[in-house]
Ligand binder design. Structure first.
Ligand SMILES: Nc1ncnc2c1ncn2[C@@H]1O[C@H](COP(=O)(O)OP(=O)(O)OP(=O)(O)O)[C@@H](O)[C@H]1O
Ligand SMILES: [Mg+2]
Length: 589
């Protein structure tokens, strides 16, 4: 039962590889196949030349045959060499191109997947898909196919030659070889499992390494080096065990083949030698036969190991296809409409939301209304659901119950592109790329001019610190903006949002990492930016949101209060409490 499933799996993957990757290169394959025929025939011809060399040069000692035979051999070698070059070059070209196509396709597919996918898959294991699995897939479509075609052709030509030289002997010899195939095929099956486990462990290792390097300061300050060392050690040891198993599997196939090859050669020497001694055949014919058998040994071995290699390649391909098959849940509806760039009111109606896999709702029956050009603020303690609500607007997640309307249209009916074009999000986790400051600000508005970038930086109160840097706007900021301070990173992300110039502005703790002076400047810039835009702002520092048209207070995913600063203070509820805590503290400083 299990065996059957395995075979059908392989077939499905091969079919899919053929359709999605290989078919495109069918003409290249055809040409490569032509070269393979020439090189395989060249191989057999070279061996066939033993006969005249032995019989006419060494036995009959015909001097006039020396040069013609020499040149014939040279000619055959030249043809074989040329064909080999053509075949290897073409197969390499196809293999590399297939990897290239796959990597691009995979990345563009992964970028369409839901945020949830990224939360559930470790970065390391996703990276392994690109670096290891694509290369393994190449083994299946290039190396294995080469071996399948070229080595099989070589074996066929050599077998024909063997039958031509001595049919009886050929029959005996060929009876022995297939016996060696079964164990090799059996090993191939085990190989696929081992390879898949190795790859998955490799992904885990990449993730562990990435996390360690990223958090190196924390590791050092908590003296956790040994803890991390043992984590990496465990992962590396697991990889070792899988890899060693694969190594043993590979290692055993070789002695098996050598043994059967040895037996065959002994038979040829004993039986063939006696026919030469009896004068039934010439020494040249005997050597041609022996040569064919010895030469056939290597390609036969490759053909027998074909399954082992193929299984490795298929394991890689299977893991790639698994990801390609995941479909995003959040995508354009059929007939989705385009939102005009003058988005206005935002309305959140009876909205409830639970993160996939969580038990509790993160938002429950939330109702919010933001009028065109107005600003509302979300306030609440940590974990109240503020960021979650913001993330539902550009549809990073879809709400479970209720709806979000922009211009009266449900966001699920709007194309994702136009929806996101209308939204500028300054998120809590600031994303800074390892590029120049200029490119970081320009991200999302690629055709912005230098002047526009500088203007945006100025509005975000980032111009001064940028100009003080050695290379100004051209300064490369390091991975995740490591060479900038928290506040500087925040101002760059604000400049990016200013440059995007979208009608809806979502600010998540936009000024939390700023000192009072920069905060004042950024606040001014944000107020400027808010003019004419519909804004939802989250802030722990209430000073930044006091002027909002309406403040909504969230607690445990539920709205508990709403109103202007004054109204809420008068209510003497949760908000008033927050307010007194903050401003009371500040006054007492
Ligand atoms: N990706 C996620 N998967 C599962 N649960 C999540 C995820 N992100 C947030 N949560 C949960 O949802 C709840 C609300 O989180 P959210 O990030 O919206 O809080 P917040 O109000 O923005 O808090 P803070 O002020 O600390 O930023 C929390 O209980 C959190 O554990
Ligand atoms: Mg938050």
């Amino acid at each position: 039962m299990k065996k059957k499933k395995f075979h059908s799996d392989s077939k499905v993957i091969i079919k899919r590889l053929w359709k999605e990757s290989v078919y495109k290169y069918k003409f290249h394959y055809l040409l490569a196949f032509f070269f393979m025929i020439i090189s395989a025939a060249g191989e057999a011809l070279t061996i066939k030349m033993f006969q005249p060399i032995v019989d006419r040069v060494f036995v009959a000692q015909e001097v006039n045959m020396l040069w013609p035979i020499g040149f014939s051999v040279l000619y055959i070698f030249f043809m074989k060499g040329f064909a080999l070059y053509g075949q290897s070059g073409l197969m390499g070209y196809i293999g590399l191109n297939i990897v290239n196509d796959m990597q691009k396709k995979l990345f563009s597919h992964i970028t369409t997947l839901d945020n949830n996918f990224f939360h559930n898959n470790k970065t390391g294991s996703l990276v392994t898909r690109f670096t290891v699995d694509t290369v393994m897939m190449r083994t299946a479509v290039s190396d294995t196919l080469t071996s399948l075609c070229k080595d099989s052709l070589t074996v066929i030509f050599l077998v024909i030659l063997m039958f031509y030289q001595d049919a009886t002997l050929a029959c005996i010899v060929l009876f022995i070889f297939p016996a060696a195939f079964y164990p090799v095929i059996y090993l191939g099956r085990r190989m696929r499992k081992v390879t898949a486990s190795t790859q998955s462990e490799m992904g885990s290792l990449t993730s562990v390494l990435e996390q360690s390097f990223h958090s190196i300061s924390v590791i050092k300050s908590y003296n956790m080096e040994n803890f991390e060392k043992s984590k990496v050690g465990v992962s590396v040891d697991k990889i070792f065990r899988h890899a060693y198993k694969a190594c043993r599997n590979r290692a055993i196939s070789r002695p098996l083949m050598e043994f059967f090859g040895g037996v065959a050669i002994v038979i040829v020497i004993v039986y063939g030698g006696s026919t030469v001694i009896e004068g039934k055949t010439t020494p040249g014919a005997f050597f041609a036969f022996l040569g064919a058998l010895i030469t056939a040994y290597r390609p036969m071995k490759s053909v027998a190991k074909l399954n082992v290699n193929l299984q490795e390649g298929l394991a890689g391909a299977e893991r790639l296809f698994e990801i390609m098959d995941i479909q995003p849940q959040i995508k354009d509806k059929k007939g989705a409409i385009t939102l005009s760039s003058k988005a206005t009111n935002i309305e959140v109606k009876n909205l409830s939301f639970k993160y996939p896999g969580n038990k509790e709702n993160s938002l429950e029956d939330v109702n919010i209304f933001v009028k065109k050009g107005k600003t509302i603020a979300l306030v609440g303690s940590s974990g109240a659901g503020k960021t979650t609500l913001l993330n539902l607007i550009p549809r990073f997640y879809d709400c479970d119950k209720g709806e979000i309307l922009i211009n009266g249209k449900n966001i699920k009916d709007i194309t994702l592109k136009s929806l996101r074009d209308n939204v500028s999000l300054v998120s809590q986790d600031i994303a800074i790329f390892d590029a120049s400051i200029k490119d970081n600000i320009r991200y999302g508005s690629l055709d912005a001019t230098d002047k526009e970038i500088e203007k945006a930086a100025k509005l975000a109160a980032a111009d001064k610190f940028i100009e003080e840097l050695d290379y100004g706007y051209e300064t490369i900021v390091g991975e995740r903006g490591a060479k900038l301070s928290g506040g500087q990173r925040q101002r760059i992300s604000i400049a990016r949002a200013i440059l995007k110039n979208a009608p809806i502005l979502l600010l998540d703790e936009a000024t939390s990492a700023l000192d009072t002076e920069s905060e004042r400047q950024v606040q001014k810039a944000i107020e400027e930016l808010m003019k004419g835009r519909t804004t939802i702002a989250i802030a722990h520092r209430l000073s930044t949101i006091i002027k909002s048209d309406c403040i909504y207070v969230l607690e445990n995913g539920k709205l508990v209060e709403q109103g202007t600063n004054e109204e809420l203070l008068a209510q003497k509820g949760v908000y008033a409490n927050f307010y007194n805590l903050q401003f009371g503290n500040e006054k007492s400083k």
